[in-house]
Design a protein around this ligand. Structure first.
Ligand SMILES: Nc1ncnc2c1ncn2[C@@H]1O[C@H](COP(=O)(O)OP(=O)(O)OP(=O)(O)O)[C@@H](O)[C@H]1O
Length: 248
């Protein structure tokens, strides 16, 4: 298996706390695949995600990116609320430029690269001159996605990226992510409490509860095969399976 991300026996304990919030978690994701991490609030998903992107160091265990250049962590993260992850004082173009300046680009000028980044996520190049507050939630999330991709990652950690959006906009953003994944062979770590999103987007899914793995299974079988009582509880908590309808 050509793995892009390997999480190996990772345990994370925050300073000044005793119990680990992530306990002995292992999984790997093939290149171009999507791995779902689900579990209710407080189960440790975001903590693990922060370790994957290097924002915190595991107390024990390892996180590896096979095939990546030495010393380079080929991963970016997109957050739930682009309103707070994008700098409100920078225009969309400046925000993307900030990242583009750090990557190799041959002879192409910055403005045409910004234009390409916007077109790639279905935005009007004229949006480069707007501030985040002048965009809709869905448009802001597209900016956050293209800004993350401007860093040329191989792995994208997507933490509740559609939870704050209207249902119809959710489907558009999920379909955009699917297209980008196919075009760029991206590997996704998809964090959500929404099992319908997981079934639509992911190949495999791992269910976490209180920092531990409850079960791991193929995403398509999550509704039919989930055996653990905790997973069944999460399933029964879903108000309706809307993605099947909106996502085609
Ligand atoms: N900086 C911190 N210091 C101490 N404990 C923390 C810190 N950040 C998170 N925690 C605790 O770690 C546990 C896991 O939190 P985490 O945010 O990873 O869960 P989560 O599954 O992502 O939840 P949510 O969906 O609400 O974001 C929680 O009990 C939380 O209170």
């Amino acid at each position: 298996m050509d793995a892009a991300l390997i999480v190996d026996s990772v345990t994370i304990t925050y300073p000044r706390t005793t119990a680990p919030v992530v306990q002995d978690i292992s999984f790997s994701t093939p290149r171009g695949a999507s791995f779902g991490l689900v579990g209710e609030s407080g189960s440790g998903k975001t903590t693990l995600a922060r370790a994957v992107v290097g924002l915190l160091r595991p107390t024990s265990g390892q996180i590896r990116f096979p095939g990546a250049e030495r010393g380079r962590r080929p991963v970016q993260m997109v957050f739930q609320d682009p309103g707070s992850s994008l700098n409100p004082r920078l225009t969309v173009g400046e925000s993307i430029a900030e990242v583009l300046r750090t990557t190799p680009h041959g002879r192409r000028d910055l403005v045409s690269r910004i234009t390409d980044q916007l077109i790639m996520v279905g935005l009007d190049p004229a949006h480069a001159n707007r501030f985040p507050r002048q965009l809709s939630g869905g448009q802001r999330q597209r900016v956050a996605i293209t800004r993350a991709l401007a860093a040329q990652p191989k792995v994208l950690v997507l933490d509740e990226v559609v939870s704050a959006l209207d249902v119809s906009v959710q489907a558009q953003v999920l379909n955009l992510l699917k297209r980008l994944q196919a075009e760029q062979q991206l590997t996704y770590l998809f964090i959500t409490h929404d099992l319908a999103v997981v079934r639509y987007m992911c190949d495999e899914v791992m269910v976490m509860n209180r920092g531990r793995v409850v079960e791991s299974l193929a995403a398509t079988t999550i509704f039919s095969r989930a055996e653990d009582s905790y997973t069944r509880e999460l399933i029964s908590a879903i108000p309706e399976l809307r993605i099947g309808r909106a996502g085609a």
